[in-house]
Design a protein around this ligand. Structure first.
Ligand SMILES: [Zn+2]
Length: 98
């Protein structure tokens, strides 16, 4: 799965397009692996990915459109974060605590 990381090759475009499907939790395991390995090598896509995750968290908090815990864990793993600490305040705590 060593794809070249060249925006013109379509590798980045594919990754970013799949990224949204990934965040919706509708991507196959195979495709997730392709994306995560791409993000490993491609910092522009990685930053884009991180940004989208943060954006999703804000949206999820505002709209209570909850991201499944399992997906958050998987994303945290994918980007190498501690799911308890690295993904901000949105980790399934009691929302009335605010
Ligand atoms: Zn890329």
């Amino acid at each position: 799965m060593e794809e070249p990381c060249d925006p013109r090759s379509g590798s980045c475009g594919d990754a970013l397009q799949d990224l949204f499907v990934y965040l919706d939790g509708q991507l196959t395991v195979e495709r997730r692996l392709v994306i995560t390995s791409h993000l490993d090598r491609c910092s522009p896509c990685f930053e884009r990915f991180s940004f989208e995750i943060e954006l999703r968290q804000v949206v999820a908090q505002r709209c209570r459109d909850t991201v499944p815990e399992s997906l958050r864990m998987r994303i945290a793993e994918a980007i190498g974060c501690d799911p308890g600490a690295g993904l901000g305040p949105c980790r399934g705590d009691d929302p009335s605590a605010m």
